[in-house]
Design a protein. Structure first.
Length: 263
């Protein structure tokens, strides 16, 4: 058999929150946003978690984040993410997701995170989790600052196209690959592989999963990642990583992240 992969959505599939909104307090501490904006992001997080990630909610979240980051200094964002990554992400990773990722790695499959969140957040999380590749949205940058526009949006059908492009690049047999997501907007990605799974699905995805005979998984236990896997020192590794950006390959923005074996 040729190489295979397991494709994971990030927010509410691997971690219990929106990855981008989870950094609102560190961004405030770094002088990027006001306390009022933090409160708005907390509310947006609540709506995202309670209301699900259907198309309307995702569009509202996208518009909110686009307006919020306009004018931010890219280097500052990467530095803040690098320095606070363990504190922010470590406690909200699902124990079940960590186990599942390890099982796929032991089976020899590549682990790929596919997320609509920005690469500056998703890429370091990918390293933290030992992912082989990351597909993430790419924000437009002019003179070292975000404009508020999005160059590449890894969302809905585009996730499926990214998965297919990566499969063509890496030689994956998609009929033997796995995919996991919580959102109805990720049905195209789930349908692109032979082994789709709905994780903590919203109402519409649960309905679609039942109709299509897809397994439904429930992840309920956020766990401190340090208690599950040995982690490298946060600052030297991640600060160095954060200097890099996304790489455009065949029209798809994605980042290669090599596995780091500890010990």
């Amino acid at each position: 058999m040729g190489p295979t992969a397991a494709f994971f959505d990030l927010d509410k599939t691997i971690i219990a929150k929106s990855s981008t909104l989870a950094f609102s307090k560190p961004f405030q501490a770094g002088g990027l946003i006001s306390r009022r904006a933090v409160l708005k992001s907390v509310y947006a997080q609540f709506v995202f978690l309670v209301g699900g990630a259907d198309h309307d909610q995702m569009e509202k979240l996208r518009a909110f984040m686009s307006s919020l980051v306009a004018g931010w200094d890219v280097a500052t964002v990467r530095e803040i993410v690098a320095e606070t990554l363990h504190h922010v992400v470590d406690p909200i990773v699902y124990d079940e997701a960590v186990t599942l990722i390890a099982e796929h790695q032991l089976a020899g499959r590549d682990v790929v995170i596919v997320s609509a969140s920005g690469t500056e957040v998703v890429e370091p999380i990918g390293v933290l989790l030992g992912a082989d590749h990351v597909v993430a949205s790419q924000l437009e940058v002019v003179d070292g600052h975000y404009t508020g526009e999005i160059d590449y949006y890894a969302y809905a059908e585009e996730k499926a196209r990214a998965v297919e492009a990566l499969a063509a690049e890496r030689g994956y047999d998609l009929t033997q690959c796995y995919a996991y997501s919580d959102s109805v907007t990720d049905i195209p990605m789930l349908a692109a592989v032979g082994h789709p799974h709905a994780v903590n699905p919203d109402r519409d995805l649960r309905k679609a999963a039942v109709e299509r005979g897809w397994p439904v998984l429930v992840f309920t236990k956020p766990v401190a990642l340090r208690s599950r896997v040995p982690l490298p020192p946060a600052k030297p590794t991640l600060a160095a990583l954060a200097v890099g950006g996304a790489v455009a390959v065949g029209g798809v923005v994605w980042v290669n992240v090599r596995k780091r074996r500890v010990g």
